[in-house]
Design a protein around this ligand. Structure first.
Ligand SMILES: *[C@@H]1O[C@H](CO)[C@@H](O)[C@H](O)[C@H]1NC(C)=O
Ligand SMILES: *[C@@H]1O[C@H](CO)[C@@H](O)[C@H](O)[C@H]1NC(C)=O
Ligand SMILES: *[C@@H]1O[C@H](CO)[C@@H](O)[C@H](O)[C@H]1NC(C)=O
Ligand SMILES: *[C@@H]1O[C@H](CO)[C@@H](O)[C@H](O)[C@H]1NC(C)=O
Ligand SMILES: *[C@@H]1O[C@H](CO)[C@@H](O)[C@H](O)[C@H]1NC(C)=O
Ligand SMILES: *[C@@H]1O[C@H](CO)[C@@H](O)[C@H](O)[C@H]1NC(C)=O
Ligand SMILES: *[C@@H]1O[C@H](CO)[C@@H](O)[C@H](O)[C@H]1NC(C)=O
Length: 533
């Protein structure tokens, strides 16, 4: 999780309201099951998860390794490692706890030679966040990082691309929380970038991102059902022994001086898992590419919004022949207000021969708050300033074949298009959604009072979820060509294709009690929901 100050702040309130509860966990040491090079992994538990719930996880990892692997699952204060490690520069107490755990393993017989080669840090969920901070706070101290159901920084020196230590991110297809596929896509794209820039060996050994199919966030801590999670589609033993254990083991085998044959098997294992991950992630990456050109807008802006261009074609409502005469440019603005911001952009049009050139503009709003936290990396809304169908008819001397296309129609089209993409790439995901997920409810477009421009900027796409559906209503300004203000425009606040994917892949299948606020980050959901795990 990029930043957990919010969580920490919330937790601080929780803690001060509860008399000091002593969690009864003690460090658990798992002695190795096999011979081979002696290595140790310190596995930091997720938020509120009793550390005994990593017993079967530790055993599954050990069973899958061909080395003398020790595992310690430390007890963390109040079962919230984040209290001991709230950032990369504030991890002293957790560091001491981890060092204490290593010392216990040594006392029990682990033959430590060099921590930077022999000791790996692992973490699940919030424990993964703490592991990330620990690795960055103590660079070069440990051999590598195994993160389950969590992630490293989204950008900067602690991003996957720039991580100095070897790391593997292991996600779950049915993660009901922040490490869901739509969010993991951010690191998946970084993996693909490393693959291109640094090559296969570096990418697979040092930066793997693997989403394990059919499992949920709680499969990493069997017995403990993480609140707000989705149901797993596998029994715990299969999840652990077929997927989680062998994936972690493959990473460890690549950093433990194992014989070439063992390393080749590990590379093959990860290559296969990565191919499956690519299949699962490709539709999500495509959806992100539609929001803004070149990747994820929540991290950085772009030059244009492909979705606004699609929307302009739909809003035009022309026959295919006439539509071929539309040449649409879109200028993406990184800011909503202020100089050069979305509020100051205007549409433009110009006939050139038989063609009509249209200038449109776009700006996406994201959920990320000032503390850098978001429940989804998909855009909250896609703002587009488009030219009205009436203006296009007038300029091209044609009549639209589909009259009165609304912003809401474009939203419906987003869902149809995403479903088509899923049907062709990951039909199982679509089937699961159609069987178990809540659908969409479409409400009519609404306009700001008096069609006032500034209010178009200030107001937002309406998204509300309940037990039946996610209801969607677009904010619009739609004027005739004789209008006194903004004649011949069609402005829309649209549903993001990546948000549609987010809904289809996981959020639609959550039970309403745990989701009433999934799109409205409130401190209540932050501590009641999955964010602390
Ligand atoms: C990685 O580091 C370089 C150099 O500091 C920086 O330009 C780049 O943006 C970083 N990558 C990410 C994904 O943050
Ligand atoms: C993986 O990372 C380690 C530690 O930074 C480095 O020594 C090693 O060369 C890297 N391996 C590859 C194949 O890039
Ligand atoms: C995991 O935690 C749950 C709930 O705290 C507990 O009931 C269960 O026995 C634990 N399972 C294991 C394997 O320790
Ligand atoms: C928006 O952000 C992108 C990526 O950071 C940058 O390339 C582009 O120049 C920015 N556009 C404007 C108008 O600032
Ligand atoms: C479209 O925008 C470009 C600048 O991006 C400008 O040069 C051109 O004149 C505009 N055309 C119309 C028809 O508004
Ligand atoms: C549409 O008709 C007007 C007036 O008859 C003409 O000036 C204009 O060039 C026509 N536009 C196109 C695209 O043919
Ligand atoms: C959910 O919202 C939709 C649209 O607003 C409405 O039709 C439906 O009845 C609501 N369902 C429940 C359970 O409240």
């Amino acid at each position: 999780m990029p930043n957990l100050f919010r969580v920490v702040a919330v937790l601080a309130c929780v803690l001060s309201s509860i008399p000091q509860v002593q969690a009864s966990d003690e460090d658990i040491i798992f002695k190795p099951l096999a011979s081979g090079p002696p290595k140790l992994m310190v596995l930091i538990p997720g938020g509120k998860v009793p550390n005994v719930n990593y017993t079967n996880t530790a055993l599954a990892i050990q069973k899958a390794t061909e080395m003398s692997l020790w595992i310690v699952v430390p007890a963390v204060f109040e079962r919230l490692c984040i209290i001991q490690c709230s950032g990369k520069g504030a991890c002293l107490v957790l560091h001491q706890a981890v060092e204490g755990a290593i010392a216990k393993a040594v006392k029990a017989g682990f033959p430590l030679v060099d921590k930077s080669r022999d000791v790996f840090i692992g973490g699940h969920s919030l424990g993964g966040t703490c592991g990330n901070y620990l690795m960055q706070g103590y660079p070069g101290v440990y051999a590598g990082l195994v993160i389950m159901g969590s992630y490293v920084d989204s950008k900067g020196p602690g991003s996957l691309v720039n991580y100095t230590a070897p790391v593997i991110l292991i996600g779950a297809e049915l993660d009901g929380g922040l490490a869901k596929p739509v969010n993991m896509a951010l690191w998946w794209m970084q993996f693909e970038e490393v693959l291109v820039s640094k090559g296969r060996d570096t990418a697979i050994r040092n930066k793997s991102v693997v989403i394990l199919p059919s499992i949920d966030h709680s499969d990493f801590c069997p017995g403990y059902a993480v609140p707000g999670d989705l149901p797993s589609e596998l029994d715990s033993a299969t999840a652990l022994n077929t997927y989680i254990g062998p994936t972690v083991a493959a990473f460890l085998h690549l950093h433990s001086g194992m014989p070439t044959s063992v390393q080749q098997k590990a590379i093959a294992k990860l290559t296969n898992a990565i191919a499956q991950t690519r299949t699962l992630m490709t539709p999500i990456v495509r959806a992100f590419d539609l929001e803004v050109d070149g990747g994820i807008g929540i991290i950085e802006g772009g030059a244009s919004s492909p979705w606004c261009i699609t929307a302009q074609h739909r809003i035009g409502g022309l026959s295919a022949t006439d539509d071929a005469n539309l040449f649409i440019k879109n200028k993406y603005t990184n800011s909503s207000t202020g100089e050069g911001g979305f509020e100051h952009t205007r549409v433009g049009y110009k006939v050139s021969g038989s063609q009509l050139l249209l200038n449109t503009s776009g700006h996406n709003a994201y959920e990320r708050d000032v503390e850098d936290t978001a429940t989804t990396n998909a855009a909250k809304e896609i703002g587009c300033k488009l030219v009205s169908s009436g203006r296009i008819e007038q300029q091209l001397n044609v009549t639209a074949v589909t009259k009165g296309v609304t912003c809401g129609d474009v939203n419906k089209y987003a869902v149809e298009k995403m479903k088509d993409l899923l049907q062709s790439q990951v039909p199982k995901t679509l089937q699961r959604y159609e069987t178990k997920g809540r659908g969409f409810c479409w409400k009519p477009d609404f306009s700001p009072p008096g069609d006032i421009g500034p209010l178009f900027i200030a107001e937002t796409l309406e998204l509300k979820e309940n037990a039946t559906c996610l209801s969607v209503a677009s904010l619009t300004i739609s004027t005739t060509i004789s209008s006194k203000i903004f004649p011949g425009v069609h402005y829309c606040k649209l549903l993001s294709p990546a948000k549609v994917m987010d809904w289809i892949y996981t959020v639609s299948m959550k039970t309403p009690e745990t989701t009433s606020n999934s799109y409205l980050l409130s401190s209540e959901t932050t501590h009641k929901g999955i964010n602390v795990h």
